[in-house]
Design a binder for this molecule. Structure first.
Ligand code: GLN
Length: 195
């Protein structure tokens, strides 16, 4: 893609849309709200934000976005999933047959930290993003319980990988849109510019 401003969609069925818009602007992209197949066709990459993965999966099917989205991803469109987005990208969701995009070679366990630690924040080392650690906000987060060869682990905790990349696919178990640090969005913008 030439050095123009990429148009990056944020799936707007549920979840943190304004926060992703802000982070994308900070990272030098033009954010686009995606709620229809026509809007999906118009973007160079897509973010699937946090929410409730059963609801978002069901809405993707109801609005007839699931198949077009799978097709675009299969054709190489970069996709970035945060929390629910990561769950929907996983080929395997432990103990669940819920609708999913199912494009990344990982297994996840939903709500893996239990009720006692519904949400928490931590600092993560992520050498691919630079020396400065990443402040990560986890909210009813999934755990990545398996990452097949070919999946790059960009950051992890003692509970496993939390920031993963497989080619044009990027997934975070946490919410990078909730902190002012836009490095992960910048990485995604780079992936969109040079798929
Ligand atoms: N617990 C949610 C789910 O299973 C994900 C939470 C989130 O996106 N913050 O879909």
């Amino acid at each position: 893609m030439p050095d123009t401003t990429p148009r990056i969609g944020v799936l707007g069925l549920q979840g943190d849309v304004p926060e992703h818009f802000q982070a994308l602007e900070q990272a030098g992209a033009e954010p686009v709200l995606v709620k229809t197949a026509a809007a999906l066709e118009s973007v160079d990459g897509l973010i699937v934000p946090g929410g409730e993965s059963t609801t978002v999966g069901m809405l993707l099917e109801r609005f007839e976005l699931m198949e077009p989205l799978r097709r675009r991803v299969a054709d190489g469109m970069p996709l970035f999933g945060t929390c629910t987005g990561l769950i929907l990208m996983a080929k395997e969701i432990e103990g669940s047959r819920q609708p999913r995009i199912g494009c990344m070679d990982i297994a996840v366990r939903r709500n893996a930290y239990g009720r006692q630690v519904d949400s928490f924040e931590t600092e993560l080392a992520a050498p691919a993003l630079g020396e400065e650690p990443v402040r990560a906000v986890f909210i009813r987060a999934p755990q990545v319980t398996r990452a097949d060869p070919g999946v790059e682990i960009l950051a992890e905790t003692e509970a496993g990988p939390v920031l993963v990349r497989q080619g044009h696919l990027l997934g975070a178990a946490f919410h990078p849109e909730l902190t002012p640090d836009a490095r992960i969005h910048r990485l995604f913008v780079r992936m969109v510019k040079q798929p």
